[in-house]
Write a protein that binds this ligand. Structure first.
Ligand code: PEP
Length: 250
């Protein structure tokens, strides 16, 4: 049994007062939700405020990125240990926006995943094809390359602390969701590649989240697919009622 994960990526939104308001609303709306791991990923500057507002709640805290070194002369970076120190249990790594705007590669994703695991964080590792790649029929090649690179050198045991997020780039923030069948096809493919890389038990245990314009209206259909274990939610995680409705999918 894979426990579903619903994770909210707040991207570059929410200052402290807004963040507290969102979390306070969320905490009360999801207090009776059971059997789902709920995670929120705010910007670094509000981690402490959100941690404080989460006090006593089962909702977990994530960073949106981390560096691979623990400390040193790396101006502007945040280390995995610093995220742990700020109360995080999770970190998003390799989001397509980081790949697109900040030069993230499969190699840097791999270094970051390893550093996150070493510090005791669970890594939410993002992969996904662009529209051009889907239209060119190379989706599976892209996913295989991203998995080979991102998971290089990891063991089946390491994978226990990795959550894979399949986020087709053409569906992120566009309002276009992959159909349930398109998402399932990609998730089944990803699980197959993980099985080739790290064995069947590891592949059967790893949670694979779908991300890309997830809303209260489409979460149920996605969650009925056998290989979809949750969602990474952007826009709809910025409002307590919509994120709570997604987390209450069952
Ligand atoms: C995301 O940021 O990971 C995401 C999936 O965004 P949205 O839900 O807005 O498409």
């Amino acid at each position: 049994m894979r426990t579903p994960v619903i994770a909210g990526n707040w991207k570059l939104f929410k200052k402290r007062a807004e963040a507290r308001e969102l979390v306070n609303g969320l905490v009360s709306l999801v207090k009776d939700v059971q059997g789902v791991e709920i995670v929120v990923a705010p910007v670094f500057t509000v981690l402490a405020a959100v941690k404080g507002a989460l006090d006593g709640s089962a909702i977990k805290l994530a960073g949106q990125d981390c560096f691979w070194e623990e400390e040193g002369a790396y101006t502007g970076e945040i280390s995995p240990g610093m995220l742990v120190d700020a109360g995080c249990s999770h970190v998003i790594i390799g989001h397509s926006e980081r790949r697109q705007y900040f030069g993230e590669t499969d190699e840097t994703v791999n270094r970051k995943i390893k550093a996150a695991l070493k510090a005791g964080l669970a890594a939410i590792a993002c992969i996904g094809e662009s529209l051009a790649e889907r239209e060119a029929g190379t989706t599976f090649d892209v996913l295989r390359t991203q998995l080979n690179g991102g998971l290089a050198g990891l063991s089946a045991d390491d994978l226990k602390d990795v959550i894979i997020a399949y986020e087709p780039v053409w569906a992120i923030g566009t309002g276009k969701t992959a159909t349930d069948a398109q998402a399932q096809e990609a998730h089944a493919f990803i699980r197959g590649v993980v099985s080739e890389l790290l064995g069947k038990p590891a592949a059967e245990a790893v949670r694979i989240l779908y991300g890309g314009s997830v809303k209260p209206e489409n979460i149920k259909g996605l969650m009925t697919q056998p290989d979809i274990d949750g969602a990474l939610v952007g826009g709809a995680s910025l409002k307590a009622d919509s994120f709570a409705a997604i987390a209450s999918f069952s």
